[in-house]
Design a protein around this ligand. Structure first.
Ligand SMILES: C[S@@+](CC[C@H](N)C(=O)[O-])C[C@H]1O[C@@H](n2cnc3c(N)ncnc32)[C@H](O)[C@@H]1O
Length: 233
């Protein structure tokens, strides 16, 4: 079993993703009932990468989240600390320059990216504030931040149904498709414990970013937070 705990020990988190890497993308499509593709298109629109720009895709996993930036003509740098996810990514997308690295100590110079983005990764990092500050360090002045993460449905009836899906159905569906279904119990628990939309925006503002806002997707099941690097970094 390779399920991480809510204290998000980096070794456990990396091992958990190593174990799901092989069937990660398939499981995503099944568990999100295809919504994941729609969410990714919206991330790409929000980052709005232009040809020649440098985009850091942090916690890029198998690289699926990096592809839209490459397709937009930007230089995309996928980074992840699970060697299993990176290996699967290299096989699937050999043209992407995958790089091993930890969100809390990025192997890049200050102000080296026009945009920094992280999809379904920030929730798994042990210290959310420290990761946001590290992302601000590597972003250029006025550089863009886009965080795509599971959030909290805004309409109460949807919230009730969704929490039931997370806690009861999702682990069962995962058992049918994932290479390590137990890790999907962690997924459900970590989504429930994650800050809501306004709390995450406040955290972003407190760690080197300004003009933080968000857009709810699928009624708030996912939120896209966006911000600009604050002048003081
Ligand atoms: C759910 S996957 C998301 C992958 C990809 N961004 C996507 O949208 O499909 C989360 C990824 O975050 C990575 N991760 C978690 N904590 C990390 C950290 N501290 N540094 C780098 N990567 C991390 C995991 O290894 C995993 O590949």
């Amino acid at each position: 079993m390779s399920r991480a705990g809510l204290d998000k020990q980096p070794r456990e988190v990396a091992a958990m993703f190593d174990a799901v890497a092989r069937r990660y993308d398939l499981t995503n499509d099944v568990l999100s009932a295809g919504q994941a593709r729609r969410w990714r298109r919206q991330v790409a629109r929000t980052v709005a990468a232009r040809p020649g720009e440098r985009v850091l895709d942090l916690a890029a996993g198998t690289g699926t989240s990096s592809v839209p930036f490459r397709d937009a003509g930007a230089y995309v740098q996928p980074v992840d600390f699970s060697l299993g996810m990176l290996r699967t990514g290299r096989k699937r997308l050999p043209s992407l320059p995958f790089c091993a690295g930890d969100a809390l100590a990025l192997p890049f110079a200050d102000a080296s990216f026009d945009a920094v983005t992280i999809s379904f990764g920030l929730r798994n990092v042990r210290d959310t504030g420290a990761a946001l500050a590290e992302m601000a360090r590597v972003a250029r002045p006025d550089g863009r931040l886009v965080v795509c993460e599971f959030s909290h449905p805004v309409w109460r009836p949807v919230r009730t149904v969704y929490v039931n899906y997370l806690m009861r159905a999702l682990p069962k569906v995962a058992a049918a498709v994932s290479s390590d279904p137990d890790s999907y119990v962690y997924l459900a628990e970590s989504i429930r414990a994650w800050p809501d939309q306004s709390a995450l925006a406040a955290l972003i503002q407190d760690h080197g970013w300004q003009r933080a806002g968000w857009q709810n997707l699928s009624g708030g099941i996912v939120a896209l937070h966006h911000a600009r690097r604050a002048d003081s970094g």
